[in-house]
Design a protein around this ligand. Structure first.
Ligand code: AP5
Length: 181
């Protein structure tokens, strides 16, 4: 699941994972759990996440590969927030093989509605990186680091583009249609 911060990756991935019965592997959620638990990884990640920058790729890749080795991921998995740049995509391909990924769903949405969604979540839930300056930095990091994956996966014929605007139900319907085509 690929898309800018606030595009709805977590919302749609969680719903899709329940619908098709494969685990939702979210690096953001795993890192927030590590911060909460105060692990060594969490301590390293906390300041970086609060600044809206990327946690070092080797640490995240090790965490993901470990997770994909768990029994519930034997029959498939839905990655959300990983890979986040070309280096991570290369590392993933090296670890699981070039044919392991079936599709890459890109949720597309204009910037300002995403800022609004995240500012709203910041006010309601209090996620520490949902502060407007940090949100805008996360969006810049996405453009610089993650957006090149659109060409990367287009060239591998894996990319499915989905309009991420509209209600959660409308977007989910488009996600299911895109995967079924
Ligand atoms: P991560 O948790 O992955 O954050 P993100 O990419 O910034 O994405 P969000 O979770 O904010 O948005 P989303 O697209 O998942 O949308 P969501 O469904 O939540 O990463 C956080 C940090 O961890 C990174 O900044 C980095 O530091 C680190 N990190 C993570 N992965 C990493 C990696 N691979 N390498 C290095 N560092 C990594 O929805 C957002 C809001 O919008 C919610 O309130 C939701 O209810 C609402 N919403 C969703 N859909 C709709 C809709 N259709 N209409 C209206 N509201 C909607």
């Amino acid at each position: 699941m690929l898309g800018a911060p606030g595009a709805g990756k977590g919302t749609q991935a969680s719903r899709l994972s329940r619908a098709i019965g494969i685990p939702h592997v979210s690096t953001g959620d795993m890192l927030r759990e590590a911060v909460e638990a105060g692990t060594e990884l969490g301590q390293k990640a906390q300041v970086i996440m609060e600044a809206g920058e990327l946690v070092p790729g080797d640490l995240v890749t090790a965490m993901v590969i470990h997770r994909l080795g768990e029994p519930d991921a034997e029959c498939g998995y839905l990655l959300d927030g990983y890979p986040r740049n070309v280096a991570q995509a290369d590392a993933l391909e090296a670890a699981v093989g070039a044919d392991a990924l079936e599709s890459v769903l890109l949720l597309e949405a204009p910037t300002e509605p995403l800022v609004e969604r995240l500012v709203k979540r910041g006010a309601e839930v209090g996620r520490s990186d949902d502060i407007e300056t940090t949100i805008r930095n996360r969006l810049e990091v996405y453009e610089e680091e993650t957006a090149p994956l659109i060409d990367y996966y287009t060239s591998r014929d894996l990319l499915l583009r989905v309009d991420g605007m509209g209600t959660v139900d409308e977007v989910f319907f488009r996600v299911v249609l895109a995967l079924a085509e």
